[in-house]
Design a protein around this ligand. Sequence first.
Ligand code: HEC
Ligand code: HEC
Length: 331
Amino acid sequence: MNRPDRLRCALAGLGTALLVAPVGGSATEVRERRTFAPLEAAAALDLDKVALGRKLFSDPILSRSQAISCASCHDLARGGTVSLSSAIANDGKEHGFNAPTVFNVAANYLLGWRGTHKSLEVLNEKVLLDPRLMAADWSLLADRLDQGRPYASWFRRIYGRKADRTNVLDALVTFQRSLVTANSRFDRHLRGDASALTPSERKGLQLFMSYGCASCHQGVNLGGNMRQRFGIFSDPAGPSVNETASPPVGTPASEEDLFRVPSLRNVAITGPYFHDGRVDSLSEAVSIMGRRQLGQTLAPSDIEAIVAFLNTLTGEYDGRPLENPATSIDP
Ligand code: HEC
Ligand code: HEC
């Protein structure tokens, strides 16, 4: 069987899986299906471009210093990120922002911590050229990629011409579209598998909805599709060391206050959390969300249940459950 045929077979299998998805269900199930959606396996992609993009993604040739690759900050063996609060860039300096995971990035409507981009091509170019990240430029990259094996012939074979801005971005983005972590236990639950979640995980899901987390973290990625102020409410416990006090509720948000609501898929293994990686513990992140986004101090047992639910969002990649050996699991 050639590659496109194999892919078509895989997609046909997926079609069968979708047919068994439930239609009726309890009011809770209907509400869950309205709020979230199961993650679909990657759409049919050109596998030659995926392979080229994969190679580029882990090749330091793309950074000016030739010291770091995309994978240095988005390690696929560590949840598509690195366990650092602030990314270390081309020049060895801290970037200031935590590297978000690249898994399921194609399902994010908004990109970057600020959520100011919608196109993966534009975002990729920004990262490549950003002096605080890869600090490259297109004439440098085109020359380097045309000089040696394997790229000179590889680009000509796939794109019929040498490497340039358009085809480098196309290969990188096609690869990133393949980074889908379908088949998490939550996806199985949404598809009607009644035993996919344990009772405490189901309780966590209910709390996630009843507290209102799902008013921001919703859709297929449980986030990724809106911008919100980080810190809508003043902390009932007073601002902690790393948190700034919020302006009074009702004050219009300025650009500096606005962040993209991030996807929570695979969140159990993508710490540290928040744009500046201010906390390592997922329980602490949930507690902060309760205080700052909802104005509520969540009971420890509720936090525990929500964290148990968030743990069911870890999906599979390359046929294996995703993991990050560097992330400590919350008790
Ligand atoms: C030095 C570390 C570093 C390197 C190298 C790096 N990134 Fe990133 N990446 C980041 C940081 C930090 C952000 C967040 C930037 C922001 O929000 O302003 C980011 C954001 C992203 C996003 C947005 C994800 C989302 O959900 O919004 C994508 C996609 C991405 N990078 C892909 C890549 C690709 C492709 C490469 C290689 C060409 C790459 N990155 C190289 C640190 C890095
Ligand atoms: C009003 C919108 C809103 C509500 C409600 C909300 N969040 Fe968030 N959430 C955000 C935003 C915005 C961020 C990103 C903040 C940042 O890092 O700057 C975030 C970040 C997070 C993160 C960190 C993700 C990461 O990768 O760093 C977790 C975990 C999280 N939220 C869980 C929850 C839970 C659980 C609830 C309910 C208790 C909740 N959120 C309620 C908007 C919201």
